[in-house]
Write a protein that binds this ligand. Structure first.
Ligand code: AQP
Length: 332
């Protein structure tokens, strides 16, 4: 059976980008057709300046939202990365497989490293090495597929390279995974800055729709989205990135096609109104279910604890095999 692994980082409140690029597909498709594991990748949230209490709060909130969106613990495994030692255990072996050159080429390292330097903060070594930990997350579980948004393509490519290299050097140990992307909205852009990805750790939330925003906040953000000085609604990412972004969001929400949706809208105002309605309706059940689950933290903790146990048991033999293959003496 196909195995799937993917995760969400608790670096901020989850956004419409996380939902359309990843979470919705996990719920609607992936958990039904494969042996699937979904993880709050909390160790990845420690690669930039962080507040411990906030990371704890956001980790619980991300897990609750994953369940609220419809991940079913009877169908898939939902867990927190730091509860399963196998990830960090394997990461070291993969650090001994990767080179510093290939990690320094990672776009996220360059972008976030530059931001940290500009803010006068030190760049944590883990910002450089975390793609290796991400590779360990994926390879420890023998995943064939990794459903992610477009921004994670480079990290999945690195994972593939490390798996192939390890297998060639030390014998067949890892499955070589591949990234899968949604057909539309693989890269939802910031509504105020359509040249940048809608990212949960951005400082200004004006262009970001958060999954837990109230309906009127969502409407306000979408109605104020940056478009351009033209009038005609055209689907062209190059010359009209703001309009294209709205068309892609609307298409992802309604199952339509961005080009065809452009033809039915005569003005930016009507496109924004339809997009706002569609997003509000899409997120309403998630918000309502989140409110119910948030009252019952015991349930979420039980799910995470059972999930961690399953994930640990599944990953351990593969990580043990990697330790043996690379030349380490087996322990008792
Ligand atoms: N804007 C997006 N459009 C489509 N997919 C997206 N994803 C993230 N943003 C978009 C996908 O959501 C999954 C989880 O993402 P993540 O938690 O690993 O990272 P992030 O949301 O990109 O958050 P960061 O890195 O903490 O913050 P920013 O982006 O603000 O720097 C992934 O599958 C991702 O592709």
């Amino acid at each position: 059976m196909t195995r799937i692994f993917s995760g969400l980082k608790p670096t901020g409140h989850l956004t419409l980008g996380n939902y359309l690029g990843a979470l919705r597909r996990w719920v609607e498709v992936d958990q039904h057709r494969a042996e699937a594991l979904f993880c709050v990748v909390d160790l990845h949230a420690l690669t930039v300046e962080h507040d411990p209490a906030r990371v704890r709060r956001l980790s619980r909130q991300a897990a609750t939202l994953m369940l609220a969106a419809g991940l079913d613990p009877e169908r898939c495994t939902v867990f927190v990365q730091s509860h399963v030692d196998e990830h960090a255990r394997l990461s070291y072996l993969l650090e001994c497989t990767a080179t510093d050159g290939e990690l320094r080429r990672m776009i996220q390292y360059k972008e976030k490293g530059t931001r940290a330097r500009e803010a006068g903060e030190g760049v944590r070594l883990s910002l450089l090495t975390y793609p290796v930990l991400m590779a360990a997350d994926i390879l420890a579980h023998g995943a064939d597929e990794v459903p992610v948004g477009e921004d994670q393509t480079q990290h999945v490519e690195l994972t593939r390279d490390l798996a192939v290299r390890f297998n060639q050097r030390y014998g067949q140990t890892f499955t070589v995974p591949r990234a899968t992307r949604p057909q539309v909205a693989a890269r939802v852009m910031d509504l105020q800055d359509p040249g940048s990805k809608m990212g949960k750790s951005h400082e200004s939330g004006a262009g970001i729709v958060y999954l837990l925003d109230e309906a009127d906040q969502v409407r306000k953000k979408i109605m104020r989205a940056v478009t351009d000085s033209g009038r005609e609604v055209r689907y062209d990412r190059e010359s009209s990135p703001g309009v294209a972004n709205l068309l892609e969001i609307l298409a992802a929400c309604t199952g339509g096609n961005p080009g065809e949706l452009a033809a039915v809208h005569q003005s930016y105002g009507s496109l924004k109104r339809d997009t706002a309605d569609a997003v509000v309706e899409l997120l309403r059940p998630v918000r309502e279910r989140h409110a119910e689950l948030a009252k019952d933290s015991g349930y979420v903790e039980e799910v995470l604890s059972a999930g961690a146990e399953r994930a640990r048991a599944a990953a351990r033999p593969r990580v043990d095999a990697a330790y043996a293959a690379i030349g380490l003496l087996p322990g008792r």
